[in-house]
Design a protein around this ligand. Structure first.
Ligand SMILES: Nc1ncnc2c1ncn2[C@@H]1O[C@H](COP(=O)(O)OP(=O)(O)O)[C@@H](O)[C@H]1O
Ligand SMILES: [Mg+2]
Length: 255
């Protein structure tokens, strides 16, 4: 697949297709932690995300598949066997096309456009240092596109696990998706869920699913990450307000 993590589209044992990120991807193994934790927490906030799974890739498959390699500068290395991160493809690639971008005119017709407000709450909370990314697809027989939020690899500032907040961070590149924003109330449903539902035990539960190899068995670092997330729940309103006040003016109808 396109993108810095050089992920691979793979059909898995459950017959589903997954976009798989490997432990030895060029961005480092913590990207996989961010993906699994990020996807679980986004779903818990009520956001549309693909199903996420830990995918076991066997050494024999890698040995017999020429394409399962990682390009690392001038060198290439085989993908590492073991537990990887998988993001479920909607349906089968032969029948459903998943687009990375839609032209502005078509963006307006996305059935769940308001979820981009919701995902901004998430991206401010987690300090996603990449622009927001989504896929768009039409389920069979559906006239309208659905958006699903993908790529949580750069939440918590990628492998750094710090939170360098900045006003424009986390915004979706096409500001059209924010046309409906009239004030902080446009973000309230997700702010309320963040404050009420994201308890310590919810975070611990999500973290317990992560293969320890992905964070090099540094349980302290993971615990610190969760603590920071808990503390940051109170800051999100302020971070959204800073985006509103910024020179980019992402919310033209918020006066
Ligand atoms: N669940 C998914 N369903 C369909 N396509 C996906 C899915 N996840 C990722 N992709 C595709 O794979 C590409 C790479 O995935 P992404 O998570 O963005 O990785 P990277 O960290 O390399 O940018 C995306 O641009 C998108 O086209
Ligand atoms: Mg990406």
């Amino acid at each position: 697949m396109r993108g810095g993590a050089q992920s691979q589209l793979m059909r898995c044992e459950d017959e589903g297709y997954y976009v798989v990120k490997f432990q030895n991807n060029p961005q480092g193994p913590r990207i996989l932690v961010n993906e699994l934790l990020g996807t679980r927490l986004a779903a818990r906030l009520g956001l549309p995300t693909p199903a996420a799974a830990v995918v076991e890739v066997q050494a024999s498959l890698i040995e017999h598949t020429e394409d399962l390699v990682m390009q690392l500068g001038r060198h290439s290395a085989r993908c590492r066997a073991g537990q990887q991160f998988g993001s479920r493809y909607p349906g089968s690639p032969a029948q459903t096309v998943a687009y990375d971008f839609l032209p502005d005119e078509q963006l307006r017709e996305v059935a769940n456009l308001a979820d981009f407000c919701g995902v901004l709450v998430f991206d401010k909370w987690t300090c996603n240092t990449n622009g927001r990314q989504a896929i768009f697809f039409r389920a069979r027989g559906e006239p309208r596109y659905q958006a699903q939020m993908i790529d949580h690899g750069f939440c918590f500032n990628a492998g750094e696990w710090n939170f360098p907040d900045a006003p424009l961070r986390g915004l979706y590149a096409r500001h059209r998706v924010y046309e409906s924003v009239r004030g902080m109330e446009s973000f309230e449903p997700w702010l309320a869920r963040l404050e009420e539902k994201m308890t310590e035990s919810v975070l611990e539960q999500a973290a317990s699913e992560i293969p320890p190899e992905w964070y090099d068995f540094q349980l302290d670092a993971l615990e610190q990450l969760l603590e920071q997330l808990l503390r940051r729940r109170q800051r999100v309103r302020e971070l959204i307000r800073a985006a509103w006040k910024s020179s980019a003016q992402p919310f033209p109808h918020w006066t």
